[in-house]
Design a protein around this ligand. Sequence first.
Ligand code: PAP
Length: 355
Amino acid sequence: MISSPPYPFVLHASTSSLSFFLTMAAPSEPPLPKYLQDENLTDECRELLRSLPSEKGWLSTFLHLFQGFWYGTRHMNGVLYTQLQFKAQDSDVLLVTTPKSGTTWLKAILFALLNRSRYLEPHKKLDHPLLQKNPHDLVPSLELGLYVEDPNPDLSSFTSPRLFATHLSHVSLPDSVKDSKCKLVYLCRNPKDTFVSLWHFTNKLRLKEMGTNTLEETFDKFCRGVSSNGPYWDHVLGYYKASLEMPHKVLFLKYEEMTEKPSEQLKRLAGFLGCPFSEDEEANGGVDEILRLCSFDNLSKLEVNRSGKLPTGEENRLFFRKGEVGDWVNYLTPEMIERLDRITKEKFRGSGLKL
Ligand code: PAP
């Protein structure tokens, strides 16, 4: 259990719940998918939520502002459990992303890279776990997966180096992550594609009876920072600064650079993690092999990613939409582009960061 959270309590949020509404409206309907269930919160978490500023969510009923970032109701439990309970080891690798910046892709790449001696020798190719499982199953999220309902998940089956993922902001990372020598791989993506991808994704996860969110209303929320793990810019800047201050600990990657120069970025990643490709591996196509295995084309066509589901209920296929850079031109008006560009310029001013 979470004990005495050291947060100030000020009454703010209403506690009406989507689950309650839907259960009342249609008692004979099948149960809500797990990703929409927000009933199993601890008393401590409920008490904390009452003290936090809240806004209507994109998917969950509410988003709550905690330590400067917005989280859905269900995920607040996982955030608190992760902060209090997760104990990083020096050899851990943590993938950190802003939602919809290519998490699925990098999970696959990291898994393939770190396990290449086990699965990528010629005679073992057919057994590769990525052909049978979605990357989210192979590289679980801390606060959205392992710790979302369980303060003490069994991590004994993870072999070293353990590989986990999180969307937590830098300020909200568990102390053990900051204090240990574990490595952080951070991936972000330009804000316009990130927004468009998030808008599509959350609408597809909404049940019919919830209706869809308009582009305009969610765009306004995104610009105000009110999106899952937002403000987007604060999230990116937190890790960008950390990568400059601690380049041995935090590697900062961009989706666009991964797309443009995948081999170069993969080699950079391998070097950062202390497992560089040998001359032999490079000469024998080891870099390209990982990139091919983890490509959008390959992963999106696999049976598991066409028809499978995550334990939390999301259909795997929803994590593979287009996988393109610049799809925002098909959705954003000139006014939206101007507003988002202006915010990005203002937020990143003086940082040296361009996205
Ligand atoms: P998450 O943060 O919720 O886990 P994430 O994987 O970051 O989601 O977002 C999915 C995006 O990555 C989708 O972008 P799109 O909506 O613009 O198309 C998805 O298509 C893209 N994506 C998934 N797999 C790959 C891949 N192998 N290569 C490139 N892009 C990918």
